[in-house]
Design a protein around this ligand. Sequence first.
Ligand SMILES: *Cc1c(COP(=O)(O)O)cnc(C)c1O
Length: 203
Amino acid sequence: MRLIAVSKTFGAAAVVAAARCGQHDFGENYVQEALDKAAQLRALAPELELTWHFIGPIQSNKTRALAAHFDWVQSVDRLKIAQRLSEQRSEERPPLNVLLQVNISGEASKSGAAPDEVPALAASIAALPRLRLRGLMAIPAPTTDPRQQRAAFARLRGLFDELRAGGLRLDTLSMGMSDDLEAAIAEGSTMVRIGTAIFGARR
Ligand SMILES: *Cc1c(COP(=O)(O)O)cnc(C)c1O
């Protein structure tokens, strides 16, 4: 299980404190906030070598910054964004790890690809030269009912298994946040993204 500490809205000092406890992977939602924090961290604790995951909605004018400054982008949900990230990822860096975000609860307002688009989209993204498609990510509709939580995660897991059976070499199922991580883990999550339960409530 890989734990992503979601540090959005918390400052560089909170990241340093978590890193000194052994935390290595951090998640951010806003590009400018992430770049400012990374600059502060280089001044505050230059010895830290952290892995950064972008987990927020992606505007196409931000892909260059994402390709330059992140190790993983978990919120890819359309081919145009994936193509830009691949074109903009430097040859000097390893391929950018990406996850395809799925709108698993079918909420009209949410980002994420529709489940029935996922097989074709995953195949197209996996073929891009400077990306490495590692798996799927989802943020299900919030509910406190553990059975409904598990049902949504089981649907994502089903899609993941289908893609792997179809020959894609995927190893990452990013599902589970502070309020539903138990259900996500019970359904086979390999990566949880935790903010509140690590850093406290966001202001
Ligand atoms: C904010 C956020 C999280 C963390 O949420 P918590 O409920 O604070 O654990 C996880 N994933 C995504 C995509 C987020 O935007």
